[in-house]
Design a protein around this ligand. Structure first.
Ligand SMILES: NC(=O)c1ccc[n+]([C@@H]2O[C@H](COP(=O)([O-])OP(=O)(O)OC[C@H]3O[C@@H](n4cnc5c(N)ncnc54)[C@H](OP(=O)(O)O)[C@@H]3O)[C@@H](O)[C@H]2O)c1
Length: 262
């Protein structure tokens, strides 16, 4: 469904304390939406709220660990008591780790899946009744190009984003009749705090490189996809090329990627 006007729409944005989530909260508020922003760092949420309020926008904040059921429940209860309905849910909170799978602990895998997959899925589950009552409702899952083409040294992260990709596709079909859209956004490397906040980096690589997209640009492209009623967007040309090459020349791409495995 197209959404030319976001004025007055009501949104939950997770992972709003930095990077893509923060930029999305600002961009949504700029478009006239009301935002309930979440993340663990309270002072970051307060500064987001002040920044949005200073430019005339509406932002409320609710801090907490999104992997905890009680945080997700608080978000739903907040929306239920204030708005009664929800028009958009952005599952953006995410975490990564860099290093070989055979040198990683089971805990690393669990932590990544708890935030990137289970939290997004379970928040979606409890938000569905609110979204059913919303106006042109949409679930926006922030995936990754690595949820289309997996790379070495980020095995758990890739797996979590593939899982989110699969969930998004299945849910989109299930929710079509209810009129709830599901948009999967797949950014490439983004100039955020993501690599500094990684659970672990056992490599000596410069992951951010020099071509990272700004979170603001990711947010603008995401809003354009929301407005345009898109079902899936891969944001960078490099990302599109990688996914295309992997689809049509999988053996070649595997051999090339293996060079980066050390
Ligand atoms: N950066 C990239 O290169 C890139 C590329 C493709 C996709 N993505 C995806 O984009 C999304 C946003 O990442 P980013 O690049 O903006 O990184 P970021 O700046 O590190 O932001 C990550 C956000 O997730 C939140 N978060 C992490 N663990 C959380 C937890 N347990 N509970 C609540 N919030 C939690 C963080 O907030 P607190 O620490 O305050 O809790 C922060 O707001 C992620 O899903 C990521 O996988 C990133």
């Amino acid at each position: 469904m197209k959404r030319s006007d976001l004025t007055g729409s009501r949104w939950i944005v997770t992972g709003a304390t930095s990077g893509i989530g923060r930029a999305l909260a600002i961009e949504l508020a700029r478009a006239g939406a009301a935002v309930l922003a979440s993340g663990r760092r309270v002072e970051r949420l307060e500064s987001l709220r002040s920044e949005i309020a200073a430019s005339g926008g509406q932002c409320d904040v609710l801090p907490g660990d999104i992997a905890a059921k009680k945080t997700r429940q608080s978000l739903v209860e907040w929306v239920g008591s204030r708005w009664q309905e929800l028009d958009g849910l952005v599952n953006c909170a995410g975490v990564g780790a860099m290093g070989r799978f055979d040198q990683a602990t089971p805990d690393r895998l669990r932590q990544i899946f708890e935030v990137n997959f289970f939290a997004a899925v379970e928040l979606t589950r409890v938000c569905l009744p609110l979204l059913c009552r919303g106006r042109l409702p949409i679930i926006v899952n922030i995936g990754s190009v690595l949820g289309h083409c997996a790379v070495p040294l980020k095995s758990e992260y890739c797996a979590s984003k593939f899982a989110l990709h699969g969930f998004s596709d299945a849910l989109r079909a299930e929710l079509l009749a209810a009129g709830i859209d599901v948009l999967l956004v797949s950014p490439s490397t983004t100039d955020s705090e993501f690599f500094d906040s990684a659970l672990e980096d056992q490599t000596a690589k410069n992951w951010k490189g020099t071509r990272a997209m700004s979170p603001e640009r990711v947010a603008k492209k995401t809003i354009a996809a929301i407005r345009g009623g898109r079902r899936e967007v891969i944001l960078s040309i490099g990302g599109k090329l990688l996914v295309w090459a992997d689809r049509f020349f999988p053996s070649l791409v595997s051999r090339l990627l293996a060079r980066f495995a050390q």
